[in-house]
Design a protein around this ligand. Structure first.
Ligand SMILES: O=C(O)CCC(=O)C(=O)O
Ligand SMILES: [Fe+2]
Length: 248
């Protein structure tokens, strides 16, 4: 046995409250979800400080393997309001795909439309039914405005059987999400989306926690000292999130 069987959940799907069922239906239809009170004002403040320090060290717009940067990011891994909804949508067998931060500097241009999911998905699945699931969760630590660059999405586009257009042309049904610190913004990995230009004078800080079915390949090696410690000391859910098994 290449892994500890007790780490694997006994049931695929959790029981859902009517409210959670409603949120799952919304997410399945539109490909996004705004979660209120996902983190407290104190947690927002702590993440801002930790990210400012990481950004000063990395000097890069992207910070990968965020959990290795600072212990203060660790709670995001199974942050209850987010993780409960991830399991409601993806089922109990969930793995972290990546934890990243993105610090968009003043003057940064519009991102192009893209999907995060790198492999082909047929909205009808396969004859067997399988649809790979990947959901990104953005914690925007600065209130998004039309000036500093909302996240722009095309609701429902996760089911489009064609790729997003090149560049960043307007979609009649596009939606500018003015996320607030404290909220978490879920979006399906196949949703057309982009970050808009930052025309403000300040940095725009975001932490992106991306989850997926536990059988999928992760982007991260999960082998740094902080993640190894989290996995060793963590619950079975944390072990599964951090890829405790090297093979099935
Ligand atoms: O900056 C944003 O709001 C979105 C970032 C994004 O889509 C990405 O990094 O893939
Ligand atoms: Fe993206």
């Amino acid at each position: 046995m290449a892994y500890d069987e007790s780490v694997v959940p006994l049931r695929m799907n959790p029981d859902l409250t009517p409210e959670l069922e409603r949120e799952v239906r919304f997410f399945m239809k539109w490909g996004y979800l705004v979660v209120e009170n996902a983190i407290s004002p104190e947690q927002v403040e702590s993440l801002r400080t930790a990210l400012d320090e990481s950004f000063a060290r990395n000097k890069s717009q992207f910070i990968h393997e965020l959990l290795e940067e600072d212990d203060r990011f660790g709670f995001l891994l199974d942050n209850e309001p987010v993780f409960t909804r991830m399991k409601a949508i993806l089922g109990n067998c969930v793995q972290l795909h990546s934890a990243t931060a993105r610090v968009t500097s003043p003057g940064e241009k519009d991102q192009d439309w893209h999907r995060d999911g790198p492999w082909p998905v047929d909205p009808d699945g396969t004859p067997y039914g399988s649809i790979p699931g990947q959901i990104n969760c953005g914690y925007y630590l600065d209130e998004l405005t039309m000036e500093n660059g909302p996240i722009v999405i095309v609701p429902g586009s996760h089911r489009a059987a064609f790729k997003p257009p090149l560049g960043h042309p307007t979609f009649p049904d596009e939606k500018f999400i003015l996320a607030k610190p404290g909220q978490a913004i879920f979006f399906n990995g196949w949703l057309f989306h982009r970050g808009a230009a930052n025309n403000s004078e300040k940095h725009r800080r975001a932490c992106m926690m991306c989850y997926q079915n536990a059988w999928m390949k992760s982007r991260e090696p999960f082998n740094g000292p902080r993640v190894t410690k989290l996995r060793k000391n963590g619950s079975n859910e944390i072990k599964l999130l951090l890829g405790d098994m090297s093979a099935w």
